[in-house]
Design a protein around this ligand. Structure first.
Ligand SMILES: Nc1ncnc2c1ncn2[C@@H]1O[C@H](COP(=O)(O)OP(=O)(O)OP(=O)(O)O)[C@@H](O)[C@H]1O
Ligand SMILES: [Mg+2]
Length: 464
């Protein structure tokens, strides 16, 4: 790992006296320094050396310092840039900071300013290094698996470690069906993908289907496939999910929404490992692992005769429960740091500091939308924050909910909080359900289910 007490500096300025003076200063201070008096020479040095800090003149002959800044920030996003400005350049300096410059210095240069700027850069680079190290430490999966599932998976708490260890074990038994339970946004889909991609059959198909998002009429052909001409619109032969997932994984998301009349058909296919496409008579062998996920108590649905007990037994050979975020508050800080890194890179707005108040505020919050809510909230905070530091005020939590004691998970109170939370989101979203679901960090289907479950009025309430 690079030692950041040694900084490689490049000074790019057309004034030779200035670059020489600064170069001496840096070398005397023990840094490795380079100087360039033309933009062309500057790019040459940047391409051949790993530069940590660029001191860049705003006014360069034949070039605009801001254009150079934009280009070097996109070519070398990890390099920090300090702009050098002359008196009266303040507007340009502001633009430069918005474009990602770390700091600025005024000409004529005062060495004390230089000293301060360097100390700040050093501190920042070592913080970056610590963050990268922390990310490695809290990442639960290797970079390869990360690439397959397209996400970082972060966690520190004993609870998430336990779920993760179970997922790792499950991955090694590709014939075993797994049921994943947990509130909305806890990471059920991520765990399902980990099980598939960490296993010996990761090269085979991972087919995901959301059982609440598909109509009963389409279900049969989605799962079993169809033969050309089987029904209007069946213009060619089509494989269904059961066949596509042969030797792979079928992920049944929101399994509680699988219509009861379809449950027996699914059960038969899973047990017999033989299917027939709609409109066909040929039998086809297919073998696959089923991972299902739900945030609903399936035992209760069995009691209410809405879910088949024999199917439940088939699906939950192994059961992994993911606890809600409020019960594993140790995960909030590493997740927040990871999401901050992700979004600040994505929208090119470097965040150099997260105030301690942010952490204090978030660990007291109940997170009904769990990790998804934290992720959305972080993205919004980064977009809205002024400057490059995240403060507690940048995270607006619903007033009635942000003081929920961490251990207050008693059923009645939580349901009450959840209802208020949903009402507030609907109000804020002017009763647009998709937008409200987004505010809550849950899917629209989940929101609609909750609205029905709690009998929440979805017609705009006039001043109550
Ligand atoms: N441990 C984690 N590390 C990083 N990101 C996570 C983690 N857990 C969840 N997330 C993120 O939170 C969001 C929700 O995760 P996911 O879709 O897996 O939840 P879910 O339990 O399937 O939710 P739902 O019940 O609403 O379908 C995703 O953006 C996911 O990347
Ligand atoms: Mg999901």
């Amino acid at each position: 790992m690079k030692n950041y007490s040694i900084i490689n500096v490049l000074i790019l300025d057309d004034e030779i006296d200035f670059t020489e003076e600064l170069k001496d200063y840096f070398e005397n201070a023990g840094f490795i320094s380079y100087s360039a008096n033309t933009v062309r020479d500057g790019y040459e040095i940047l391409s051949q050396n790993e530069i940590d800090l660029l001191i860049l003149d705003i006014r360069l002959p034949g070039a605009n310092g801001l254009d150079v800044l934009k280009k070097v920030k996109s070519l070398y996003p990890n390099m920090e840039v300090i702009m050098v400005s002359a008196h009266g350049d303040m507007d340009t300096v502001i633009v430069a900071i918005r474009l990602g410059a770390f700091d600025y210095m005024r000409k004529p240069l005062r060495f004390i300013d230089l000293q301060i700027a360097i100390e700040r850069t050093q501190k920042y680079l070592s913080m970056q290094q610590k963050l990268a190290h922390m990310e490695e430490k809290h990442s639960l999966i290797t970079k390869n698996i990360q690439a397959s599932i397209g996400r970082h998976v972060i966690g520190n708490s004993p609870q998430i470690m336990k779920s993760f260890e179970l997922a790792k074990t499950a991955s090694q038994y590709p014939d075993v069906n797994v049921l994943i339970t947990g509130e909305s946004g806890t990471g059920k889909e991520i765990i399902a993908r980990i099980i598939h991609y960490m296993g010996p059959k990761s090269e085979n198909y991972f087919g995901a289907i959301n059982c609440s998002a598909i109509t009963e009429t389409l279900m049969e052909s989605e799962f079993f496939g169809h033969k050309k001409g089987a029904f209007t619109g069946a213009v060619c032969d089509k494989k269904g999910l059961f066949e596509l997932c042969n030797e792979g994984t079928l992920f049944l998301d929101e399994i509680a929404d699988m219509p009861i009349i379809f449950q027996s058909k699914i059960l038969r296919a899973i047990e017999e490992k033989v299917i027939t496409r709609v409109g066909d008579t040929k039998l086809k062998n297919t073998t696959f692992r089923v991972i299902s996920a739900t945030n609903i108590d399936l035992d209760r649905l069995v009691e209410e005769k809405k879910f088949r007990l024999d199917l439940l037994h088939r699906l939950n050979t192994l059961h992994i429960h993911i606890p809600p975020l409020r019960e594993r508050t140790e995960d909030i800080v590493p997740l927040l740091i990871d999401f901050t890194e992700e979004f600040s890179k994505k929208i090119n707005k470097p965040i150099k500091n997260i105030s301690d108040d942010v952490f204090k505020k978030l660990v007291c919050y109940s997170f009904p939308g769990n990790v998804r809510e934290l992720r959305n909230m972080t993205e919004r905070a980064i977009i809205l924050c002024s400057g490059n530091s995240l403060k507690a005020d940048d995270f607006s939590l619903p007033e009635h909910n942000n003081k929920l004691p961490i251990n207050d998970v008693s059923g009645v109170k939580l349901v009450q909080h959840e209802i208020e939370h949903i009402r507030k989101a609907l109000d804020d979203a002017k009763y647009n359900q998709s937008l409200a679901a987004n505010f809550l960090g849950i899917s629209r289907h989940v929101l609609i289910r909750k609205i029905k479950k709690y009998g929440i009025n979805i017609v705009k309430r006039e001043a109550e």
